[in-house]
Design a protein around this ligand. Structure first.
Ligand code: GLC
Ligand code: CA
Length: 532
């Protein structure tokens, strides 16, 4: 079977608010993205994933959609979107958009209608329950953003479910009308020509039909986030979810041109892998594998990373496409988690593992977490936690990883002409695209070169993974016995026995040429070798 584009595509995530402002309001927009497509082409990415740009009250910065088939004026117009799509395709790049099917905004006409009365024809489009006998919430389910997952609606005397903010009511995916409506949303964008969807919180689409209380989590302690109190056996990864994912797949398959979906799923491998479906009844093309983030960044050692990679390789069926992620708009910045030297090694690993890697905007220049002063915090998750904690809880939430892209050493880093919605990181005069572009040893040059090597080296995109023995502190692997990646996760030099070969790239960007039988790795160095 011919390989599909998404089986080895480098996906670049853009958070539209923070990429490029074109109209001087301090917020990024579609026109801004259009103006930076040349940069993305030079960088060498295969696909772009856009976080939501739909009409929204912006309580969760676009993950609270009030109209799935329109563009929020902050970001532009539908015509701007069509132009962006066309320009992206002209450059040979695919465009994936965010689909937020689990919940709408409370301002969405569907919810407005649903909450209007108990006999509303859309009442059952959302999840409404009577209060508990004491008048409290129907059960003990907690929201991801703190507090109960239920909000009381005084007018109709019932509670509605929201896994996130009260302004993000959960849709009832057991209702066939809801399914049909969301599949039509997919068709709307597929007809316009998008190449696929990143499906928001795919593993949360359905909850227990009996609304049972979730059991206590024995590891939870006061001070940890609310949702950690329970084990989520009734609000996550319910069996019916797989049926929905298969239906979404069928919608994609109604269209030609290899449309695809990648699903946001934070689960252990044994629960994650079933989201691929089966060859006869396929599900999600790429269920996001977040393990490098969730188990890797907190324990950044060669041994741990090898375990994460090899457990995955061992549990994936042969027909399923692997995928890897090191950052997104919900996770602290790569360079802040592991430092700049190791971020280079991380990039080499990500782009030499088999399958499809996803890259977060700005990581290619080593952007770090922004330092957000308490009075400038925007993230609703952080603000809500703060309110619930009743103090100035200083956790800035997810703002630090959402700061404006740093393009130039000039005003507001070239992102905007006015003060941006989040402060630009103070390191922008040195850390920006323009400066790194001219530096033959910068992180940007490394990422760009890695993507050239990935494209041009037979084996790197398609050959199977094979474990390779390495000393402690080094993670090494072969791709189809023609390429060897040797990655030093320590700050000490390491020596590795290798077959004769040629260095294609070092993370230091300063050496090439033949290697006989031993490879000397410098501190924090990764090397790609082509074997003879
Ligand atoms: C996903 C998004 C996150 C958002 C949440 C609710 O986890 O990545 O940013 O807040 O869904 O839609
Ligand atoms: Ca703007």
């Amino acid at each position: 079977m011919a390989r599909k584009w998404w089986q080895d595509a480098v996906i670049y995530q853009i958070y539209p608010r923070s990429f490029q402002d074109s109209n001087g309001d301090g917020i990024g927009d579609l026109e801004g993205i259009c103006s930076r497509l040349g940069y993305l082409k030079d960088l060498g990415v295969d696909a772009i994933w856009l976080s939501p740009f739909y009409k929204s009250p912006m309580k969760d910065f676009g993950y609270d959609v009030s109209d799935y088939c329109s563009v929020d004026p902050i970001f532009g117009t539908l015509a701007d979107f069509d132009r962006l799509l066309e320009d992206t395709h002209k450059r040979g790049i695919k465009l994936i958009i965010d689909l937020v099917p689990n919940h709408t905004s409370d301002q969405h006409p569907w919810f407005v209608e649903s909450r209007a009365g108990r006999d509303s024809p859309k009442r059952d489009w959302y999840i409404w329950r009577d209060p508990a006998p004491d008048g409290g919430p129907p059960n003990n389910w907690m929201s991801f953003f703190g507090g109960p997952a239920w909000t009381f609606d005084a007018q109709t005397g019932q509670y509605y479910l929201h896994q996130f903010l009260p302004e993000q009511p959960d849709l009832n995916w057991r209702n066939p009308e809801v399914r049909a409506a969301m599949y039509d949303v997919m068709r709307f964008w597929l007809r316009r020509g998008v190449d696929g969807f990143r499906v928001d919180v795919m593993w949360l689409l359905v909850e227990d039909a009996l609304f049972r209380d979730e059991p206590e989590n024995p590891h939870w302690q006061p001070g940890m986030w609310d949702r950690g109190r329970h084990l989520h056996i009734y609000t996550e990864d319910q069996p019916e979810t797989h049926e929905i994912v298969r239906e979404m797949r069928q919608v994609l398959d109604e269209f030609d041109g290899d449309r695809m979906m990648v699903g946001e799923i934070y689960l252990p491998y044994e629960q994650l892998i079933p989201y691929y479906g089966t060859p006869e009844r396929p599900g999600c093309h790429l269920p996001f594998n977040f393990h490098l983030i969730t188990r890797g960044l907190s324990n950044w050692t060669a041994e741990n990373l090898r375990r994460i990679v090899e457990e995955y390789q061992a549990s994936l069926p042969a027909w399923a496409t692997p995928n890897w992620v090191l950052g997104n708009h919900d996770q602290h910045r790569l360079a802040s988690r592991i430092g700049h030297a190791q971020a280079r090694v991380a990039a080499m690993m990500l782009f030499t593992l088999p399958g499809s890697p996803t890259w977060y905007y700005g990581d290619e220049i080593g952007m770090v977490d922004g330092d957000i002063p308490p009075e400038k915090v925007q993230d609703p998750a952080a603000l809500r936690q703060r309110g619930l904690a009743g103090d100035q809880g200083l956790d800035p939430g997810r703002d630090p990883e959402r700061t404006p892209m740093q393009w130039t050493p000039f005003t507001y880093a070239g992102f905007s002409t006015v003060e941006p919605w989040l402060p630009v990181n103070p390191d922008y005069p040195e850390r920006n695209v323009e400066t790194q572009d001219a530096d033959p040893e910068s992180m940007l040059t490394l990422v760009r070169t890695l993507l050239v090597v990935r494209r041009e080296t037979p084996g790197l995109r398609e050959a199977p993974y094979e474990s390779y023995k390495a000393p402690k502190g080094v993670f090494a692997y072969l791709r189809g016995r023609v390429v060897l990646a040797a990655l030093n996760f320590t700050a000490e030099p390491k020596t590795l026995a290798v077959p004769p070969g040629e260095i294609l790239l070092s993370t230091y960007l300063d050496r090439y040429g033949a290697v006989e039988s031993t490879l000397e790795l410098r501190p924090n160095e990764g090397v790609i070798l082509r074997l003879q």
